[in-house]
Design a protein around this ligand. Structure first.
Ligand code: TXA
Ligand code: MG
Length: 370
């Protein structure tokens, strides 16, 4: 027998065939059982770590993990981001995989301060420097001509790159540690599946992306995001700035700082590619309806002074625009958890921060209108 190749199971033609078929069936069932429990173990092992105690050493570890090519979801003042080393193509590819996002959509690179800006951007117009000095760290992303550091896998093949300095202590410490360890910037889209609502706390990230993470990935918990909607995106590749996505840094704030009048237009006068600019985006599973009155069983999002009709499920009662933005996405998620089919929303006036809220509401409701 020595030297003979092991015989494959059940390839014999002897009288023992039936017995061995039975045996192998039993073995197979055992194997399937073993495989499924193995899968269960692997799945359990695959669950990423949630770090709720973001100590200095935990953040250093998280930065090292990014340097090693893993993903780290982290809090920012706007929404939670799904971070990867912006110079590591493989790590960035995992962002697209976990989000289920088309790979030609550009990513925002996060840096710790304006001093890091010229690593990523060149030919920066004077007005962009002014904006950065006025609103960074803060909820504003500038689109600028890229340097060679910003590869096509970050910019979606465009000649510009989106850069932001977030205003969140955990995000900033992570960025500083990451840069100290030799990194240049953290690419981070919102930490949700493509087209879905951005997460504003770590539990929402875990619920939405948990099953797509690997065991070495991490989620840093930093409580609830204070702004609640994504950053204002400003195209700074032309002679004058153009706001591509409204946010907490409003048209009026930009106009005041730069002493200019922005062109007021709903349509984006730009051929810049930006998934947040797609007509339908930021959608919960429930149907978001901006007109009419709510019926029993519907969810309702409206300012606090507006009463809740009988049988209607109140999802949020913000007292002002700031609270409206903070509560909006968790109200959407709450509706989905409760299995609510229709969310009636009474929007704010589309001015100042209200403009950004109405922008997200319109996008959330788009799929129903079209
Ligand atoms: O507040 C935020 O901006 C959050 C936090 C995590 O920083 N990030 C965020 O990323 O909202 P994301 O990828 O979900 O939305 C950013 C939008 C996308 O629509 C993307 O296509 C666009 O910005 N974008 C990024 N880089 C761009 C570029 N170079 N040119 C045009 N659009 C760009
Ligand atoms: Mg997003």
């Amino acid at each position: 027998m020595k030297g003979r190749r092991p015989r494959p199971l059940d390839d014999g033609d002897s009288g023992e065939v039936r017995v061995s078929v039975e045996l192998s069936r039993a073995k197979l069932i055992n194997k399937i059982g073993a495989i499924s429990s193995l899968r269960l173990i692997v799945r359990q092992l695959a669950i990423m770590t949630v770090i709720s105690d973001c100590t200095a050493s935990a953040l250093k570890d998280a930065a090292a993990s990014l340097m090693a090519g893993n993903l780290v979801a982290f809090p920012t003042e706007t929404v939670y981001g799904l971070g990867a080393d912006a110079c590591n193509e493989k790590a960035v590819a995992r962002i697209y995989e976990v989000k289920g996002r088309p790979s030609d959509h550009p990513l925002i690179v996060h840096i710790s301060s304006i001093e890091q800006l010229d690593k990523w951007a060149k030919d920066i117009p004077e007005y962009a420097i002014k904006l950065a000095r006025s609103f960074w760290p803060g909820p504003m992303t500038l689109i600028l001509p890229r340097t060679d550091l910003a590869k096509d896998f970050i910019t979606g093949g465009q000649d510009n790159v989106g850069i932001r300095v977030p205003a969140h202590t955990i995000a900033l410490s992570l960025l500083k540690d990451f840069e100290f360890q030799g990194g240049y910037g953290i690419a981070a889209p919102s930490a949700n599946r493509f087209g879905k609502v951005s997460p504003t706390n770590s539990k929402d990230v875990e619920d939405e992306l948990g099953e797509y993470f690997s065991k070495d990935d991490k989620i840093l918990d930093g409580g609830f995001s204070k702004v609640g909607i994504e950053s204002t995106i400003i195209n700074c590749t032309e002679l004058r700035p153009v706001i591509l996505r409204p946010g907490q840094i409003t048209d009026e704030m930009v106009e005041t700082i730069l002493s200019i009048n922005l062109e007021r237009s709903d349509s984006t006068i730009s051929n810049i590619k930006s998934s947040g600019l797609l007509d339908a985006h930021y959608s919960p599973n429930a149907k978001v309806v901006l007109e009419g009155s709510p019926k029993p069983g519907d969810g309702l999002i409206a300012f606090a002074h507006i009463p809740t009709p009988v049988g209607v499920i109140r999802l949020a009662s913000p007292k002002n625009e700031k609270e409206y933005a903070q509560m909006l996405y968790s109200a959407f998620r709450q509706a989905d958890h409760k299995g609510i089919k229709v969310i009636r929303v009474i929007p704010p006036v589309a001015q100042g921060l209200g403009k950004a809220i109405v922008n997200r509401l319109t996008k959330a409701s788009y799929k129903q209108i079209s």
